[in-house]
Design a protein around this ligand. Structure first.
Ligand code: NAD
Ligand code: GLY
Length: 373
């Protein structure tokens, strides 16, 4: 990170009726155990991390666990390890630790670690505490907040899971110093998504500060994370279990998941697929008369400035993508249910989306990717 001198810690409270938890965003938070240790209630803690993140940051966290009975469980790195088998192993680690009902699981890593650790916490003795310590930008702005936990099955991504809210989220942005550039940019896509869906002022702020964000300016990164988390916390507070509004957070996801699946999860990172997916959703919305070309152009320009892909991978097959979109979890009764765009800062859930229009957008984007202007 650059431009680092002194930055305050931002605190955002996620409020779900009587239940509340803080999201702390700032520098040096892993070291700042006086702050987060108070969120641990018992004597046992299991730190779940992975083989990439633990060598970098486990020691920093461990100094705050003095006096507790604790152990760690490390996943191999990668989405493939967000599996049911590894939940079983994490639960075995809790059993070996002798974890009681007041034990806490601490997730130190990106979204893969956070989703699996949270699900293990939801299962052990029908639900114990967990704390999210996200170390990717994507996890800081999205997956660590809101309580969606779970794992993948061979049949599909995130098919098993539970809503289980953390006791606290500790986003130490010093950890972003080691995050590879592509992963950092993928996280920025999730920031843009929040602004595109629900906050036009934030979108304009991102346009103003895109260069600083691309250069990882500390103060701007903290502000961007805080604004996205504040927006998401509001949505989750109104619709914790996705009965309505929370589905809007999936703008671009149906297109994006189809692109990820078509690329066998090796071509695009999730955030990159979401960036392209948002643009496809914007073009479809234009075609359906819901939004205008200038808004799509602003979205495309911002994503490109933040180092994100703005066209489909060459060789994408529109018919295959449409078939994959038909398998999306959000669909109902055999019709496509999409999150579409009403321009900067406004999104809408559309059931029974016009498949011919979807196919036309996919064909156009595929042709443009094969023959760039
Ligand atoms: P990830 O957890 O795979 O992390 C990306 C890569 O960065 C990994 O190789 C990881 O080891 C590495 N890494 C993590 N922190 C690092 C650091 N500080 N320095 C160096 N390397 C580091 O991926 P992700 O993008 O964080 O999360 C994606 C996952 O999140 C997916 O499984 C997705 O389904 C899930 N997700 C969940 C929600 C939710 O609401 N629960 C929302 C969005 C995404
Ligand atoms: N990532 C979408 C959600 O948390 O609902």
């Amino acid at each position: 990170m650059n431009g680092i001198i002194e930055t305050d810690v931002q605190t955002i409270e996620v409020a779900l009726g009587e239940r509340r938890y803080p999201v702390w965003i700032g520098r040096g938070l892993l070291h700042d155990s006086a702050r987060w240790r108070a969120r641990l209630r018992g004597r046992h803690a299991l730190v779940v991390s992975n083989t990439t993140v633990a060598p970098l940051y486990l020691e920093r966290l461990a100094q705050g666990l003095d006096g507790l009975q604790w152990s760690s469980f490390l996943l191999d790195d990668g989405e493939a390890h967000k599996s049911f088998a590894n939940v079983g192993r994490a639960l075995d680690a809790l059993a070996t630790l002798g974890a009681t009902r007041d034990a806490c699981v601490i997730a130190l890593g990106g979204g893969v670690v956070g989703d699996l650790a949270g699900f293990a916490a939801a299962c052990w003795m029908r639900g114990i505490d967990f704390i999210q310590m996200p170390t990717t930008l994507l996890a800081m702005v999205d997956s660590s907040v809101g309580g969606k936990t779970g794992v993948n099955l061979p049949a599909g991504k995130n098919l098993v899971g539970a809503f289980h809210q953390p006791r606290a989220v500790v986003a130490d942005i010093d950890t972003l110093a080691t995050l590879p550039e592509r992963e950092y940019c993928a996280g920025l896509a999730e920031v843009v998504k929040g602004a595109a869906i629900g906050d036009a002022d934030f979108f304009a702020w991102l346009e103003t500060h895109a260069d600083a964000l691309a250069a990882r300016d500390t103060a701007k990164v903290i502000e961007a994370i805080a604004r996205k988390v504040r927006y998401k916390a509001g949505v989750v507070a109104r619709d914790e279990t996705e009965q309505g509004e929370r589905a809007l957070l999936n703008l671009g996801h149906t297109f994006g998941h189809a692109l990820e699946t078509a690329g066998r999860y090796t071509t695009l990172l999730h955030g990159e697929a979401v960036a392209i997916g948002m643009l496809l959703a914007a073009r479809l919305s234009e075609r359906l008369g819901m939004s205008g070309a200038p808004d799509s152009a602003r979205l495309q320009h911002l994503l490109a400035r933040l180092g994100l892909p703005v066209s489909m991978p060459t060789g994408s097959d529109p018919e295959q993508l449409l078939a994959l979109m038909r398998l999306d979890k959000k669909n109902t009764a055999g019709t496509l249910r999409l999150i579409l765009w009403r321009g900067i800062g406004r999104a809408q859930i559309v059931g029974g989306a016009d498949e011919a229009a979807v196919l036309a957008v996919l064909r156009e984007a595929s042709a443009a990717a094969s023959h760039p202007a």
